[in-house]
Design a protein around this ligand. Structure first.
Ligand code: AKG
Ligand code: FE2
Length: 353
């Protein structure tokens, strides 16, 4: 069952992005489903984003404890949503994972030094779920070694992560209902066809998740280009750190630096927006849990369960051209799925009356 927890928390505070804020066109690969790889660059300390720092044109979104809604300028579309579980009575439930849960996972997992240097940063990460891309010939479950598979399975069986999955899914369905419906429709076809695969969480909409096991998770500037180009991912943050001094989520393209306290979940279009974290301080720990669905899974459904080459080979020259044009148009189609406040009000009105 999907938790519609958003109903239990107070009304969101909209932060209209300032005129200097920028959310460019969706960067979309020619097939129209995944983003374009863009990472590199190092970590920036908080002072760079404060008065006198080299990025002091960024706007700091302080954590108010109530949900934060970020809107795109002019279009007033909902770009991001931040909610905190700590304001709900769910937070005090004994099932909540303690930093110990991550420490134990990290101690038991089997990592090499190379695992500490990846495009997102220099922290340990455990990935799992169903995916497609990166050389796979067809969609399937991500492959880990036996130890890491066991740890991944035990984390996704943890009641707290099941609760987070349902919570984030409820937020997604509430604030981006059209995008959510797109996920529902495509994933219903996908999982009805591949009955031997299943979502990591029965109450969650996303097909994959990453446990950023830190112990000091701070991502470098990156776009999660394998995610659906116009899709949303959910990031839940845990650990033991002072969120006013570090751990912020920076949405580079929007010139926003968002305080990201323990127990909060932020949903963003992570393939489209360049994002990164401010490092935390010595003796602090930060872990995050990210849920997403690879754009390749949607493409696979759209293109009759065939590889790009196989699918195009079955089309006439005219159809191939149409298909390529359609790929680029998908950025527009995807952007149209973002909710406007008026649309959300209309939906609410129809539900209530
Ligand atoms: O930990 C965070 O706040 C961001 C995580 C993230 O962007 C990622 O894992 O791709
Ligand atoms: Fe990311």
């Amino acid at each position: 069952m999907i938790h519609a927890c958003t109903a239990a928390i107070s009304a969101p505070r909209p932060s209209q992005l300032g005129p200097s804020s920028y959310f460019g066109k969706l960067r979309i690969a020619s097939t129209g489903f995944v983003g374009i790889r863009d990472d590199g660059g190092g970590l920036s300390p908080l002072k760079d984003f404060l008065a006198g720092g080299k990025h002091d044109d960024f706007c700091l979104v302080k954590s108010s404890g109530i949900p934060d809604l970020l809107l795109m300028p002019r279009a007033e579309s909902v770009l991001s949503m931040k909610v905190s579980l700590r304001r709900t009575n769910l937070w005090n439930q004994p099932v909540m994972p303690q930093p110990r849960t991550f420490e134990e996972a990290l101690t038991q997992a089997s990592f090499t030094n190379d695992d500490l240097d990846h495009c997102r940063g220099t922290h340990y990460q455990l990935l799992g779920g169903d995916s497609f891309g990166g050389g796979q010939r067809k969609p399937g479950a991500m492959v880990n070694n036996t130890i890491n598979t066991t740890i991944f399975l035990s984390l996704i069986s943890h009641p707290a992560f099941q609760l987070f999955a349902g919570f984030a899914t409820g937020v997604f369905a509430t604030w981006a209902p059209k995008t959510f419906e797109f996920y529902l429709n495509y994933m219903a076809v996908f999982y009805n066809t591949y009955t031997y695969l299943s979502h990591p969480f029965l109450n969650g909409i996303w097909s994959s998740c990453t446990f950023n096991l830190g112990p000091c998770t701070a991502t470098r500037p990156h776009r999660d280009h394998n995610n659906l180009a116009f899709g949303w991912c959910a990031i839940m943050v845990l650990g033991n750190f002072d969120h006013t001094r570090g751990g912020h989520l920076v949405l580079w393209d929007c010139k926003l630096i968002i305080e990201f306290p323990l127990g909060s979940t932020i949903l963003i279009p992570s393939a489209a927006i360049l994002h990164l974290n401010i490092p935390i301080h010595r003796n602090e720990h930060r872990y995050s849990f990210m849920q997403y669905t690879a754009g390749g899974l949607f493409r696979w459904v759209e293109q009759d369960f065939k590889s790009e080459e196989e699918y195009l080979a079955g089309l006439s020259v005219k159809e191939q051209k149409e298909e390529k044009d359609l790929g680029l148009k998908r950025a527009k189609v995807g952007a149209a799925y973002f909710s406007t406040l008026d649309k959300l009000k209309e939906i609410l009105f129809n539900v209530l009356y």
